[in-house]
Design a binder for this molecule. Structure first.
Ligand code: CAA
Length: 258
């Protein structure tokens, strides 16, 4: 499918989605969010894709929801259209692993979309923030919820109440990002991580994603039960037989997603 506000490329089973509204620092307008969800769903359904990378430009992953587009909306507009609910639900429903590769600004909805991905690799130039308070609103796509689960109450309150930005080093210390790399190497590192994931059994990778995500929704005993049942169910797959046989035979596993 042809898109106006994003670029999509598939190479070696990795789908790279690049947000592309440079004139607005990749601000997330409705067109971009619709295209992003469609591209993610297309990648999720494609046999050629085993892992997805979402990235922006050197200057901005995304500087937030599009303020120009939102500025004239009324309560009735946003409530009736349930603004951002669709984006959150559609990205959360993607079953293949998604890596956010973040350089520059990831603010407001930009930080929130990065947090909807499965993990974040940050360039040393990355800046994360929930500055919605400066606009007379609060976060609307997870900045008060997902961010709090990532970094804890104190730092989340700090980010949401002062609107200050967190640099990459602080974001890594706080557990928001999994690793920080030099800006010039961001895409290489993200691609190497995506290729590592793409070599695994897709079935197992999807199950692992599902299990980790349940930990955000369930009490520990229920989460442990869910994990154990999924673990047990893996023994019904050919990939479990192959993975364990390959270890014992001291060779690389050839997974077949079965
Ligand atoms: N929406 C619309 N346009 C935006 C934008 C946004 N979120 N962020 C930047 N832009 C536009 C600017 O208006 C500017 O356009 P013009 O050249 O036409 O004036 C262009 O992008 C470049 O931006 P700046 O000139 O401001 O660039 P800068 O380097 O001086 O500053 C910045 C960069 C600090 C990121 C600054 O642009 C900024 O503060 N942006 C807004 C950040 C923000 O408040 N995000 C939260 C949005 S609300 C939200 O996301 C709600 C939610 O939870 C879902």
């Amino acid at each position: 499918m042809a898109y106006e506000t994003i670029n999509v490329e598939v190479q070696d089973h990795v789908c790279l989605i690049k947000l592309n509204r440079p004139e607005a620092l990749n601000a997330l307008n409705s067109e971009l969010l619709t295209e992003l969800c469609a591209a993610l769903e297309e990648a999720d359904a494609s046999d050629k894709v085993r892992c997805i990378i979402l990235t922006g430009s050197e200057k901005a992953f995304a500087a937030g929801a599009d303020i120009k587009e939102m500025s004239e909306m009324s309560f009735v507009d946003v409530f009736t259209n349930n603004l951002f609910a669709d984006t959150n639900d559609r990205i959360a429903a993607i079953r293949k692993p998604i890596i956010a590769a973040v350089a520059g600004y990831a603010l407001g909805g930009g930080c929130e979309v990065a947090m909807m991905c499965d993990f974040i690799i940050a360039a040393d130039t990355a800046k994360f923030g929930q500055p919605e308070i400066n606009l007379g609103v609060i976060a609307g796509m997870g900045g008060s919820q997902r961010l709090t689960r990532f970094v804890g109450k104190s730092k989340s309150m700090d980010m949401n109440l002062t609107g200050r930005f967190m640099n990459a080093e602080e974001a890594e210390r706080a557990g928001l990002v999994s690793r920080v790399v030099p800006a010039k190497k961001l895409l290489d590192e993200a691609t190497a991580a995506a290729q590592k994931i793409a070599e695994k059994s897709l079935l197992t990778a999807m199950a692992a994603k599902e299990a980790v995500n349940r930990s955000y929704e369930l009490p520990l005993s229920e989460g442990m039960l869910f994990e154990r049942r999924v673990f047990h169910s893996m023994f019904a797959t050919e990939d479990q037989k192959e993975g364990m046989a390959a270890f014992l035979e001291k060779r690389e596993a050839q997974f077949r997603d079965k």
